[in-house]
Design a binder for this molecule. Structure first.
Ligand SMILES: C[S@@+](CC[C@H](N)C(=O)[O-])C[C@H]1O[C@@H](n2cnc3c(N)ncnc32)[C@H](O)[C@@H]1O
Length: 378
């Protein structure tokens, strides 16, 4: 595969956020991006893979489809996996893991045995090393078996893309940066208004919002699995970084970003995380209980919040009074602001007595389903 060959690229996300991610991909120039279960697909080349990893804020992973092996039984898979041109993408010497994620309408149904055959073929005939486990792997190949086709994709991201490389200190139940970015987008945040999170924990919404406003590239501080692939072109990737920089000059003035939380310790974490992300000068973090939160001076903007909910942290009765207090503060003091609130519990959302718009599909999050509740300007 040379670097201009087109193939299918898959951007992963939590089910429920596919459409928001598709909108981000289309806006970034991947015009024919379409939603599939758990993600978005489009056709592109390796430079599209690199740019998606570096610049998109929503995807949890970027997978590149590197080929398909037709196989009706394990011995055939073994034989054909040995003939597959792995070296075009995966150089010898890397520690590789193969994960068969689904098998449907196929004679080969044993995912573990299929993964093992592919790994062994790659190791014995193509010089890769079989990784001990997921943590040991430098490269992960994801295989789907469908209608006797073993569809092979390489995970070009490596560590999940929510790991931007800045958040080291976290409170309980932190939100993933990728999810925070998509929720901000779902609330039509585009970097031009102030954002306030009155239960900010380690500051994920606020830091993500400030980075978007500052025009910072999402993947500027981290490494990616694609850097180890045979297709990697360092000069082209450096050009993608320069193009981004040119298109996003440092803004002269930014609206404010305000985080508060009653837990003083997590406010310290949020400050450290903002400092590492290079946006602390645009952010104000304060240890405040919800009852003391007031809107900052200046134009209204977006309140983005992820209060505690049921099965994660806190107890039900306290939660009802917390949501009630949040709703009261918003209704009394935040005239003109819009609200985006993530919670798993519709009864808790209703107890705020805020004028919620109709909600969209639930979003899978940490084994639970959450929903984004939104208001128009209060
Ligand atoms: C689910 S966590 C938020 C996580 C955050 N989005 C992040 O990414 O780290 C909920 C936060 O609400 C805070 N909280 C709970 N009760 C509060 C109250 N009465 N006033 C202010 N913050 C409160 C907790 O300290 C906790 O940090």
């Amino acid at each position: 595969m040379n670097s201009a060959t087109k193939f299918e690229i898959f951007l992963g996300t939590q089910p429920g956020l596919e459409r928001v991610l598709r909108d981000e991909a289309i806006e970034a120039g991947y015009k024919k991006a379409k939603t599939v279960n758990g993600g978005v697909t489009f056709w592109g080349d390796w430079s599209d893979v690199w740019r998606a990893n570096l610049t998109l804020r929503g995807p949890s992973k970027v997978l590149a489809r590197i080929g398909t092996i037709r196989a009706f039984h394990l011995a055939q898979l073994d034989k054909r996996a040995r003939k597959f041109a792995w070296g075009n993408t995966i150089p010898p010497g890397l520690r590789v893991r193969v994960e068969v994620v689904t098998s449907q309408k196929s004679k080969i149904y044993h995912a573990g045995a299929a993964a093992e055959r592919i790994e062994r073929a790659m190791a014995e005939d193509h010089g890769v090393i079989i990784a001990k486990d997921a943590d040991d792997a430098q490269i992960v190949i994801k295989a789907r078996i469908d209608d006797n086709n073993v569809i092979l994709s390489v995970d070009t991201s490596g560590a999940g893309l929510h790991k931007r490389g800045h958040k080291q200190a976290m409170g309980k139940a932190p939100l993933r940066e990728t999810m925070a970015a998509l929720l901000l987008r779902a609330c039509e945040y585009n970097g031009t208004e102030p954002v306030l999170d009155p239960m900010c924990g380690s500051g994920t919404f606020i830091i993500e919002a400030a980075e978007i406003a500052a025009g910072f590239m999402a993947g500027r501080s981290r490494r990616f699995a694609f850097e180890q692939l045979a297709t990697f072109d360092a000069a082209q990737v450096a050009q993608i970084r320069r193009d981004w920089q040119e298109a996003h000059p440092a803004p002269s003035k930014l609206q404010g970003f305000y985080g508060s939380d009653r837990n003083e310790k997590v406010i310290g974490f949020a400050k450290q995380n903002a400092r590492r992300a290079g946006i602390e000068q645009f952010c104000t973090f304060a240890p405040l209980a919800i009852s003391s939160v007031k809107p900052p001076a200046g134009p209204p903007g977006l309140v983005m919040v992820n209060p505690p909910y049921g099965s994660r942290i806190g107890n039900k009765k306290e939660l009802f009074s917390l949501y009630h207090a949040f709703g009261e503060v918003m209704r009394d003091r935040f005239s003109g602001w819009r609200i985006g609130m993530v919670t798993s519990d519709t009864m808790l959302a209703e107890s705020t007595k805020l004028p919620w718009l109709p909600t969209n599909a639930p979003i899978a999050h940490g084994g639970l389903k959450v929903k984004l509740f939104q208001t128009g300007p209060l």
